[in-house]
Design a protein around this ligand. Structure first.
Ligand code: FAD
Ligand code: SF4
Length: 338
């Protein structure tokens, strides 16, 4: 039995006050990841600050024509929000590809960004894991690494980030709004999650004492030519082996702008500016798509059980770009229950 203190925050200032100066305190939102980690003895917060009553549940237009999503907007509410469906359907699609309806009903926007890896050794306290216990080693590198990274890994960790929503947010160039006792700041999505390097215990660049208050989407949503393609071992309720979020802006058959982000392949959603440059001004066809995939996967590295992911990612990128170009996005299995 591990004791911890439970406290409820009234507002953002109160939440920050309750966590500041206590490195072992944690916020709790939907609890769908943190509670599991506590039950498995991976996370041992001495204090849990419940933020579910904070006024961070709005989805609002921004003056610049974008969308501001409060950190406590539930995944289901976000996926079914009319402004998201109309202007950012790739985000709705990515959310609906994740977890289960019950989990999406509980999970929050901020919590989704901060969910931890699904590497089995991270969850097994009997095994060495540099992310859970820095310096203990990485069992996955020589172990069962079928779900692990093919890009951006290090000798210390080859875990992947498990989120679907974050892959779409990366493609959309979202920003993360955070607050602390000393200031408010905005973090570009590309700078929010970290690569493991020699500090795999740090998943993000969020500092101690900071709370996520919102995620902001810029005006451009690629609502006509988009897709979120997720390949997994089961059709639902499974994490991605490889996923791809695509947004294209076309001029006839020519690509004016093309973006794509990958999930399931790295410690963070993976984008490559050179691969996207390989799309610009090119005809929207298979030759272009495979060329861009090859640029992105140039430095990909497989391990004993996941080398198949390199070719899988290549084909997923080409298929997702084809779906987006044709305006026939991947349908997700979960539909709204009226
Ligand atoms: C069986 C299962 C399957 C799943 N499948 C998928 C999947 O396929 N795809 C997918 O994307 N996700 C999947 N998920 C993950 C799920 O989406 C996340 O657990 C969820 O999004 C986390 O949100 P939460 O609000 O419950 O976070 P919590 O568990 O409450 O918190 C997670 C972390 O975020 C911190 N936190 C929460 N809110 C804030 C904030 N505003 N500011 C600062 N820190 C904060 C907490 O301190 C904690 O460290 C799955 C989960 C489970 C259990
Ligand atoms: S891949 Fe990362 S999370 Fe998994 S065992 Fe290695 S250090 Fe731990």
């Amino acid at each position: 039995m591990i004791n911890f203190q439970y406290a409820r925050a009234n507002d953002v200032v109160d939440a920050i006050r309750q966590i500041t100066g206590d490195p072992n305190a944690k916020f709790i939102a939907g609890g769908t990841n943190l509670i599991d980690l506590m039950k498995m003895d991976v996370e041992r917060p001495t204090k849990v600050v419940d933020i579910t009553r904070l006024a961070l549940k709005q989805v609002e237009n921004t003056p610049s024509g974008g969308l501001r999503i409060g950190a406590l907007v539930r995944n289901t509410d976000l996926a079914y929000h009319p402004l998201v469906g109309e202007r950012y359907p790739v985000l709705a699609s990515a959310i609906m590809a994740g977890a289960s309806q019950q989990l999406r009903n509980m999970a929050s926007t901020g919590g989704n960004l901060l969910q931890r890896t699904r590497c089995p050794y991270f969850y097994d306290t009997a095994m060495p894991c540099n992310k859970r216990e820095p310096g203990s080693g990485c069992f996955a590198i020589e172990g069962h690494n079928r779900m692990h990274a093919i890009l951006g890994g290090s000798d210390a960790c080859i875990a992947t980030h498990p989120s679907d929503m974050c892959v779409a947010l990366a493609m959309l160039d979202a920003k993360v709004h955070v607050s602390s006792a000393s200031n408010d700041r905005v973090i570009a999505f590309a700078d929010f999650h970290r690569l493991p390097g020699d500090t795999p215990q740090r998943d993000t660049n969020l500092s101690a004492g900071e709370i996520i208050t919102a995620v902001e989407l810029p005006p451009k949503g690629f609502a006509t030519n988009y897709t979120y393609l997720k390949i997994r071992d089961r059709l639902s309720y499974a994490f991605a082996l490889v996923s791809v979020a695509v947004g294209l802006q076309l001029d006839g058959d020519t690509i004016k702008e093309g973006r794509f982000a990958l999930g399931g392949v790295a410690h963070k959603p993976w984008r490559d500016s050179q691969a996207e440059a390989a799309l610009r001004g090119q005809p929207a066809n298979a030759t272009t798509f495979f060329r861009a995939a090859d640029v992105l996967l140039h430095d990909a590295k497989g391990y004993a059980h996941n080398t198949f992911k390199i070719d899988l990612a290549r084909r997923c990128i080409a298929r997702a770009l084809t779906q987006a170009a044709r305006g026939t996005p991947q349908l997700q299995s979960s539909k709204k229950i009226a």
